[in-house]
Design a protein around this ligand. Structure first.
Ligand code: NAD
Length: 499
């Protein structure tokens, strides 16, 4: 710990980010064909800390060819499932052994609190790897009792095989760079696929380090490749005919482009997209618990959480208490760099994103909305936004309609649960929602009526590797986690034997 309370960055982290980083293809660092480079910044200070290649179409082609060659040679899918499982468990051990370095790198690059990077960005990621490693030995087809009547006297035995889908392209956003890369990589590897990951242009560092650790764990060359770049690189990957499946996490507009590119080649795809997630608080809530839950759901990772709470609907009888409780906490939160473990709100990922969030706040001012907390800019070279609470927000205000992806909560009163459900569902998004109440009958009645891929009760935001995750409506197509992740990285082959 330094005198100013900041975590001291380890030497291995400094030397990694100072290297002339390339792309990781065919089990080795390679220079990109593209001469362009992307500068990488520390969001807490705005300082440039590293750079990576801005890979072009030919670099993408090289990475996909490497993954295709490894897939066709069956260097990975040809291993016994237990060998794949063991290698993935070794990867988890290596992530654990290098956990502090990875957490520091994530904080330096993404801006998130070192506490969050340690516990979630790295800690939950390791749990996820171990969970998914176990799937390698549990992928099964079915035997089918068929009734084919011809030719008379012939008997049939039919069964299904789950086969690896092929080359997987994982396109990843910047909010949890290592974790979301792993959400794609590890189930794809468990299923026997080969993989190309493209991290976000803003946050590529931990995915590159992951590639080194996977090689060390025993993942053969070519099975896991990482290319760095922005939209051009992502578009080239999505459109590449050598890709069998695209697993995309990012914004809804980009997801639509990815889906369109995929359909052109009949590439399979799944989309984990944006959210504008409601928390619905009924009249019987424990106010303190609900306020703490909304703070956690809304301000965790500076609100840069796809499933985070941003619309807080509160029964009118509790509305004032909740709004004031949220404002008191938000106004007292300590802003500071992610490397300061005592800071409660850290910098957003980039200057561009900070400006985007400030634009939303400016529009809320222009619409005459009432700020209980935040609403004024932070004068700093880092990319900070104050935790913001808006009260009495009308349902058609842009802050209620648009995904802000920042630390901004809109608090809205309702008079009866049916109205709350109508307001909660009045969104093009449907990723997640939470219900706050101890009235079991009310909760059980409302759960089926919420249009959301996940409904939490008396909590907002916990995820588990075994719990399917994905969106209704414009929040996505498909599910990740649990058996759904494996399902998404396999093809089903029917086999019918006449005898
Ligand atoms: P984004 O859509 O801008 O970018 C996501 C990724 O797509 C990046 O790697 C980017 O380089 C790449 N990309 C950009 N243009 C592309 C194109 N034309 N073709 C292919 N790839 C392209 O999203 P972002 O700003 O990085 O992340 C924030 C968004 O991600 C938010 O909307 C958030 O809700 C969403 N998100 C969703 C989930 C989920 O699981 N549902 C999780 C995290 C983030």
């Amino acid at each position: 710990m330094r005198n100013d309370g900041l975590v001291v960055v380890n030497n291995d982290v400094c030397s990694f980010i100072k290297r002339e980083l390339g792309i990781f293809v065919d089990g080795a660092w390679q220079s990109a064909h593209s001469p362009r480079r992307l500068d990488i910044f520390d969001p807490a200070s705005g300082e440039r800390i590293s750079s990576v290649p801005d890979a072009d179409v030919s670099d993408v082609d090289r990475a996909v060819r490497s993954a295709r060659a490894a897939f066709d040679a069956r260097v990975w899918s040809g291993l016994r499932p237990s060998e794949r499982e063991r290698i993935l468990l070794r990867l988890a051990d290596l992530l654990e052994a290098h956990g502090e370095d990875l957490a520091q790198m994530e904080t330096l690059n993404q801006g998130q609190s070192i506490n969050v990077a340690r516990a979630v960005g790295v800690g939950a990621t390791i749990e996820y790897v171990r969970y998914m490693a176990g799937w390698a030995t549990k992928i099964t087809g079915e035997t089918l009792d068929v009734s084919i009547p011809f030719p008379p006297g012939t008997k049939y035995t039919a069964f299904t095989r789950k086969e690896p889908i092929g080359v997987v392209a994982g396109i990843v956003p910047w909010n949890f760079p290592l974790m979301i890369a792993v959400w794609k990589l590890v189930p794809a590897l468990a299923a026997g696929c080969t993989v190309v990951i493209k991290p976000s242009a803003e946050t590529p560092l931990t995915a590159l380090r992951l590639a080194e650790l996977a090689l060390e764990a025993g993942v053969p060359p070519g099975v896991f490749n990482v290319i760095t770049g922005g939209p051009e690189c992502g578009a080239a990957l999505a459109a590449h005919p050598g890709v069998s499946k695209i697993s995309f996490t990012g914004s809804t507009p980009t997801g639509k482009l990815v889906g369109a590119a995929a359909v052109n080649n009949m590439t399979r795809f799944s989309l984990e997209l944006g959210g504008k997630n409601p928390a619905v608080m009924l009249a019987d809530i424990d106010v303190d618990q609900a306020v703490q839950g909304a703070i956690m759901g809304g301000f965790f990772n500076q609100g840069q959480v796809c499933a985070g709470a941003s619309r807080i609907y509160v029964h009118r009888s509790r509305y004032r208490q909740v709004a004031d409780g949220l404002a008191d906490i938000a106004n007292a939160m300590k802003l500071g760099p992610g490397l300061d473990p005592s800071a409660q709100i850290n910098a957003l990922v980039s200057a561009r994103h900070r400006d985007r969030v400030e634009d939303h706040i400016a529009r809320a001012h222009a619409e005459g909305l009432r700020f209980l907390a935040g609403g004024t800019p932070v004068m700093s070279r880092g990319y900070y936004v104050r935790p913001t609470v808006l009260a009495d927000v009308p349902p058609d205000a842009s802050i209620v309609r648009d995904e802000v992806f920042g630390p901004v909560l809109a608090v809205i009163p309702f008079d009866d649960p049916a109205e709350a459900i109508r307001l909660a569902n009045d969104s093009p998004y449907g990723l997640a929602a939470s219900l706050w109440s101890n009235d079991l009958t009310a909760v059980m009645n409302l759960i089926p009526r919420l249009e959301a891929g996940t409904v939490w009760v008396n909590c907002h935001v916990p995820l588990d590797p075994g719990m399917p995750f994905g969106g209704y409506k414009q929040s996505g197509i498909g599910r990740e986690f649990g058996k759904y992740a494996i399902e998404g990285f396999t093809e089903t082959k029917s086999v019918c034997i006449a005898h």
